[in-house]
Design a protein around this ligand. Structure first.
Ligand SMILES: Cc1ncc(COP(=O)(O)O)c(C=O)c1O
Length: 452
């Protein structure tokens, strides 16, 4: 059996270990994003093997701790979600469960995972159907169509992702389909624990005390949060924080409202969310994230007025999307809450960059009477400087964890998962065992990709 040609988990973490010729071809292939060699560019690292990141200027954050943001926009397709999409597909190929030419791939998503699925299927020659809500940012649909996937739209927005799962459940009844179910399947966990987690550990080398005091990330599928599991292995003191929209605080208190932060706050505790390692849950107001994006994208002068270096302000303009700003606000809140100092590092993630949010800022222009510089100046202070330590809850006790386990049961028993399986997730052994499979898949990928 030959499987499509792509990297192992370890090669995504350390692209320097990829065969030299292939690595050279991959770097050259960046100029043509639909060249399949770009599978070998699925990594957090740049040409020099350095993790793509920015340490935010303290003039922006207003806190002493170093806030380190890993940048997902440099992944092929423009977001790190391509990593879990690839990992889930290649594991399916290794297991013999997904067969080229025979299976159509389903990608339930609110956008970036769908973009990743469409992109990966284009490169690996599979037909793809992306199932997503019909009210997400316009740029997302354009990209998915550009990559050649079909769209199957369900009503609503980010918080209606459950409808995409129900639709996928229906489509899956066709034996010719295979679902890359990001909320349920553990390759998403493996990619982020191994590739993202270890890249975070690498990213703080030489910054502050070189350790990670806090890892904050807003879950959609909660794949990214799995990085926290690996970070805790290296730095047991790390506090892992799940951020939620204030308007849709499902994990904190069952809240299920509509909100504007695309990619997160999906009204559930996902199956692959290891709640054992979630220490705190903190809420971010959705319009703070949108207004914060407006300030960074259109307020270079305002940032400079507050002391941010001109080149850094210009560089930041296109680095973040709405959820990236939500993560940054969450990281600032946690630095205050945990009373962190200049030696301490808070790590967070920008899943994608600005390229898919023009329409979100256009919508903001329509909603507000004015967005002149004096308004942006006020938003700078309100969003970045004045955000306090409210709406942060400690989830380290057994009774708090129990609430999350119960939420998971409510969300997943109805999709046919057994109580015994969910109970097994109450132990760290389950997650470590799943993580250990990285080695098995890496061996198989290496073996099978060369066989003819
Ligand atoms: C823009 C954006 N931010 C954050 C996330 C959440 O990442 P994860 O699914 O790994 O929890 C997603 C997921 O699709 C996303 O698209």
């Amino acid at each position: 059996m030959k499987i499509p040609f792509g990297p192992t988990y370890d090669e995504m973490l350390h692209p320097s270990t990829i065969d030299k010729d292939i690595r050279k071809r991959a770097l050259k292939g960046k100029s043509n994003e639909l060249d399949p060699i770009n599978l070998f560019n699925i990594t957090w690292r740049n040409e020099e093997n350095i993790v793509n990141k920015i340490v935010l200027p303290k003039e922006l954050t207003g806190v002493d701790a170093n806030i380190v943001v890993l940048l997902g926009k440099y992944f092929p397709s423009g977001s790190h979600k391509v990593g879990p999409a690839y990992s889930t597909l290649i594991e399916g190929c290794v297991d013999g469960d997904i067969i080229p030419g025979e299976h159509t791939i389903l990608g339930p998503s609110t956008g970036n995972f769908g973009i990743g699925v469409a992109y990966i299927c284009n490169l690996m020659k599979y037909d793809a159907i992306v199932i997503m809500p019909d009210n997400m940012s316009k740029e997302r649909y354009d990209r998915i169509k550009r990559y050649g996937a079909k769209l199957d739209l369900t009503p609503g927005t980010e918080s209606d992702v459950i409808l995409t799962l129900e639709r996928t459940f229906e489509l899956k009844k066709d034996p010719k389909t295979r679902s890359l179910a990001q909320f349920e399947l553990l390759p998403n966990y493996r990619f982020h624990r191994h590739v993202t987690g270890n890249s975070c550990i690498e990213a703080v080398k030489g910054i502050g005390n070189g350790r990670i005091a806090c890892f904050a990330s807003a879950p959609g599928s909660a794949g990214t949060l799995a990085a926290g599991d690996q970070i805790k292995v290296a730095f047991p003191e790390t506090k892992v924080v799940a951020l939620e929209p204030y308007e849709c605080s499902t994990l904190m208190n069952g809240g299920k409202g509509q909100h504007r932060i695309e990619g997160i706050g999906d009204k559930m505790c996902t199956l692959i969310h290891n709640v054992l390692n979630t220490d705190f849950i903190a809420l971010i107001k959705d319009d703070d994230a949108v207004r914060g994006l407006k300030v960074v994208h259109d307020g270079v002068d305002i940032l400079m007025k507050h002391g941010v270096d001109k080149e850094v302000a210009k560089q930041m303009k296109d680095l973040f999307g709405v959820s990236g700003i939500a993560n940054i606000i969450g990281a600032i809140k946690m630095a205050k809450y945990l009373k962190l100092g200049p030696d301490d590092n808070v790590v967070t993630i920008a899943t994608d960059g600005f390229d898919r949010y023009d329409s979100v800022l256009e919508d903001l222009e329509r909603r507000y009477l004015e967005t002149e510089d004096f308004v942006l100046d006020r938003w700078f202070k309100d969003v970045y400087r004045k955000n306090g330590v409210d709406d942060i809850v400690d989830y380290r006790s057994a009774s708090q964890k129990e609430k999350l386990f119960k939420q998971k049961e409510k969300d997943w028993l109805k999709f046919g998962y057994k109580q015994a399986y969910l109970d097994s997730m109450r132990h760290m052994d389950f997650w470590n065992h799943e993580y250990e499979k990285v080695q098995h898949y890496d061996e198989q990928i290496k073996k099978l990709r060369t066989e003819s």
